[in-house]
Design a binder for this molecule. Structure first.
Ligand SMILES: [Zn+2]
Length: 465
């Protein structure tokens, strides 16, 4: 069997890993979009390093765009096979993929208006391609083996990253041999604030696993919640400013809203308005609310006291753009949570532009940002930024709270992998991480007793027979 690493190899976005058996069966694991800087809309998203029409089936680990965002393009370019995922992942893709098509079309029209059209602005797909792709989705339950094909069985196990996310466990027959493969997708925190945590997965011989925070420790949740309270107090009460929080629509937004909901319930949230200013974040929250069977015990217990864990009196969800624009003129202190999380597109761009030059305000970054993105530059201490062709001085405070990340740190990822017997593993491939991070993570893994660890590069093809 060969594994082709066609995305998220020595980088964090664009997840695409292709398994090819000697018998010619081709299974694609995820079909994500590259994000950040020049790559978005650029060459990497316009060409697949394989023939889409030759792929037999696609398995999707979870709905984040860097794992799912090129599925409509794959279908547009000739893929006709089934796409397997969990039920919440399909529900989320039904809002996220149309949103992705919509953003691309809006960017295209904006560039057209400004006379800045180039091939890089052309949408990768449109809503018809999205609908054709959604027709191919088939959902499967967690913790059950499903025979997808004569030679392939699949089981999703809980990985605790976002609702619907799963570790992809595969049994793939090749001649007389059966390969035991696990692709972890993204690994969540040990204690997720909303959904069930990770569970052990069956012993695998080949493991493809993420490494986003392979060189970091996040710190404990209680400390970070205290820090969040301090930041809210300092910004909204002492400075009388605005707290701007860029957050992924899916996962991070619900976690932050729930943290604020808890603060409100405990009487620790100042009486300021809180806005979730994003139609996608609003819809994603509705979907998270519709799958309470995947909540963890802590939030179920919380809901015995407060049936609305993502809603309190001062919280407003904004879909309509005209209400979003009204926030620009709001004089009073407030909290605005908006997407995208890496500050690359969407309404957050306007909120950063409107608020970054006022020292009363705070920009709070709560998750991973590719260094080339605006979020990444702010995170790394940029003093001046450019948004839509205009320069801005960074006068607002910039704070970072990584504990709100949906990804485990290196100790958590190793703990997740500790259900495996290292001597039974033939190969571990590290993906979804920056190369310097991955080399550090490999050292940590070796100290924990794991061996045969490789860090494939983009385009590498590895034989694993
Ligand atoms: Zn993810």
């Amino acid at each position: 069997m060969k594994i082709h690493f066609n995305g998220a190899a020595r980088t964090v976005t664009g997840s695409k890993h292709l398994l090819e058996t000697d018998d010619g069966l081709k299974i694609l694991l995820d079909c994500g979009m590259f994000q950040g800087g020049e790559s978005e809309g650029g060459r990497e998203n316009r060409h697949f390093d394989f023939e889409p029409g030759e792929i037999d089936l696609l398995i999707l680990s979870h709905a984040h765009i860097d794992h799912s965002g090129l599925i409509p393009k794959l279908v547009k370019d000739g893929f006709k096979g089934p796409i397997y995922c969990t039920e919440p992942t399909l529900a989320l893709c039904e809002i996220m993929l149309p949103d992705s098509a919509h953003i691309q079309m809006s960017d295209y029209r904006f560039s057209e208006k400004k006379g800045l059209l180039s091939q890089a602005n052309e949408p990768l797909y449109d809503i018809d391609d999205v609908l054709a792709a959604l027709d191919l989705f088939q959902t499967v339950n967690y913790n059950e083996w499903h025979h997808l094909h004569d030679d392939v069985a699949l089981m999703f196990t809980f990985v605790g990253h976002i609702i619907g996310s799963g570790c992809v466990n595969l049994r793939v027959k090749e001649g007389r041999k059966t390969h035991k493969i696990a692709y972890t997708g993204d690994i969540g925190r040990k204690t997720h604030r909303i959904i069930k945590g990770w569970e052990p997965f069956p012993q695998a011989e080949i493991i493809i696993t993420e490494s986003t925070y392979g060189d970091r420790l996040h710190g404990d949740i209680a400390t970070n919640e205290a820090r969040l309270r301090e930041i809210v107090h300092q910004t909204c009460v002492v400075n009388k400013g605005k707290l701007i929080i860029p957050a992924f629509s899916l996962g991070r937004t619900q976690e932050i809203v729930h943290a604020l909901d808890k603060m409100e319930g405990e009487g620790l949230l100042p009486a300021v308005k809180v806005f979730v200013d994003s139609p996608l974040s609003t819809s994603a929250t509705e979907i998270v609310k519709s799958f309470p069977q995947y909540y963890n015990k802590a939030i179920k217990k919380y809901m015995e006291r407060d049936s609305q864990p993502f809603g309190f009196s001062n919280l407003h969800y904004i879909r309509d753009v005209k209400y979003s624009k009204l926030l620009n003129n709001l004089e009073e202190p407030c909290i605005i949570i908006s997407a995208s999380g890496m500050i690359e597109a969407g309404r957050i761009m306007h909120h950063v532009a409107n608020n970054i030059e006022d020292e009363r305000n705070t920009l709070l970054i709560v998750g991973y940002c590719e260094p080339s993105t605006l979020g990444g530059r702010l995170r790394n201490g940029a003093k001046e930024i450019r948004i839509y062709g205009r320069d801005y001085k960074v006068k607002a405070a910039v704070e970072v709270l990584d504990a709100y990340s949906a990804h485990g740190d290196y100790e958590e990822m190793i703990e997740y992998l500790s259900c495996q017997e290292p001597h039974l593993i033939r190969k571990i491939f590290l993906v979804h991480g920056r190369y310097e991070t991955q080399t550090t993570y490999r050292t940590h893994l070796m100290e924990a007793g794991f061996h045969h660890i490789e860090i494939p590069d983009q385009g590498d093809v590895v034989e694993v027979s």
